[in-house]
Design a protein around this ligand. Structure first.
Ligand code: SF4
Ligand code: SF4
Length: 422
């Protein structure tokens, strides 16, 4: 470190694109431009921890004064060297810079926060609430002749069909259409069965959706064996539907597949959603996709007594965090809401409305859409389930770098699917 800085003391300044996160036992500095991070264990770095504590005080504006004596210490020199190496911050001579420098810490100020909205709820118009709602998943029928062993479990973890006893009659379908037509910001509609191709009113419903004044992306989810219906591609192509072909790889029946592949090639927009439960199946999914020339596919892990597989392939590691898109904007989002669930409603064949498939029942079909959304716009809803609200994540310095809690956490019953704080 330069002599004049040591001699007179200095200003230590952190860059505005750097976050300082505080956990129970450590601090993490995260550079949003380079995705680099620095970690400081509080117990072994009391001196640095004290500096970081001061830097996190908003009134200090990411800049503090360091005395001449402190500048001379090895700990401080090492700290500055680490900061400079990763472009986290720097020191400035007090001789050259007489006044306290300013750097703006990355803090999000939300004018229309849910707290503000709920405080003045009677002053809000319907559009304030309708603005939140952008995706709907609906289970229209429950009929299905297939016998998947995990039928009642798949849909709780991943987008999947599920058998049930009820279905939407025409009147209820009209109510559903009414809800959709009064939701001007709804842009994605996910349609599930049972075997949805066995639902008699599917064409009627798709025709009605087409009448809407705003366009909606429609995704239909079909079990791969159910795609053996020649009429389906005509109907779904006519309505420009995205077809998700659900394919649990352990259910693979070699004889069926050539026929199914030939039908699926007729879908204008087909996406293959493979489901795997272990490493072997994971490799089989990739081999299957490659050998059949499938380009648009996803591999969805499914949890069922396969903890080792999940620990190895799904649990978050520090490398995952460093390789994720943790831009300033994305961290702000993670501080405010749960991007897996936010703005989404689920309606079951029983006509019950949920804030997510494993979440709260917020009403029934027929309730006013604004009232349904109001029940989701509060801190208890999964829409706003952030990691700072759950143990042990609330004590972890990585809480805003990790993806938000998803359906996997809910089903497995473990809030932190990670190898960082096991
Ligand atoms: S195809 Fe879907 S609805 Fe039918 S049994 Fe399998 S998981 Fe259940
Ligand atoms: S899942 Fe929770 S405990 Fe694990 S690293 Fe992320 S925030 Fe920390």
């Amino acid at each position: 470190m330069e002599k004049e800085i040591i001699k007179k003391g200095c200003w230590l300044v952190i860059e505005p694109y750097v976050f300082i996160f505080k956990g129970k036992n450590e601090y993490v500095l995260y550079n949003t431009l380079s995705n680099k991070m620095l970690q400081f264990d509080v117990e072994n770095n009391a001196f640095v921890a004290d500096i970081l504590e001061q830097l996190t005080l908003v009134e200090n504006l990411y800049s503090i004064e360091i005395s001449e004596n402190d500048c001379k210490t090895i700990s401080f020199k090492q700290f500055v060297s680490d900061l400079r190496d990763g472009f986290f911050g720097d020191v400035y001579s007090k001789e050259l810079y007489e006044y306290h420098p300013i750097s703006l810490p990355p803090l999000l100020k939300v004018k229309n926060s849910i707290k503000n909205i709920n405080k003045n709820v009677e002053q809000q118009d319907d559009n304030t609430f309708l603005n939140f709602f952008h995706e709907l998943s609906v289970y229209l029928n429950g009929t299905c002749t297939y016998g998947c062993k995990l039928c009642t479990k798949y849909y709780k973890q991943i987008p999947f069909c599920c058998k049930s006893k009820s279905e939407f009659d025409k009147n209820e379908l009209d109510n559903l259409f009414d809800l959709i037509s009064h939701s001007p910001h709804l842009i994605i509609l996910n349609i599930f069965g049972g075997d949805i191709l066995k639902y008699n009113l599917l064409e009627y419903f798709l025709d009605k959706i087409e009448e809407l004044s705003h366009s909606i992306e429609i995704n239909i989810f079909l079990f791969y064996k159910a795609c053996n219906n020649h009429f389906s591609y005509q109907l779904l192509n006519e309505h420009h539907v995205n077809v998700h072909i659900l394919f649990p790889i352990n259910n693979f029946d070699n004889e069926d597949i050539t026929h199914i592949l030939s039908i699926c090639s007729n879908f204008e927009n087909a996406f293959w959603d493979f489901v795997c439960q272990n490493e072997n199946e994971y490799n089989n999914c990739i081999n299957f996709a490659e050998s059949h020339g499938l380009e648009k596919y996803d591999i969805l892990p499914f949890y069922e007594e396969n903890a080792d597989f999940f620990k190895k392939y799904v649990f978050i590691t520090k490398d995952d965090l460093l390789n994720s898109d943790n831009s300033k904007r994305n961290i702000f989002i993670k501080q405010q809401l749960n991007s897996f669930f936010y703005g989404k409603l689920v309606i079951t064949t029983d006509k019950l409305v949920f804030d997510c498939i494993n979440g709260h029942n917020v009403g029934t079909l027929g309730d006013d859409i604004v009232d349904l959304i109001k029940k989701c716009v509060n801190e208890e809803s999964v829409w706003f389930l952030t990691r700072n609200k759950m143990k042990p994540c609330c004590d972890c310095a990585f809480q805003y770098l990790c993806p938000p809690p998803s359906n996997y956490e809910a089903v497995i019953g473990k809030p932190n699917l990670c190898n960082i704080m096991p």
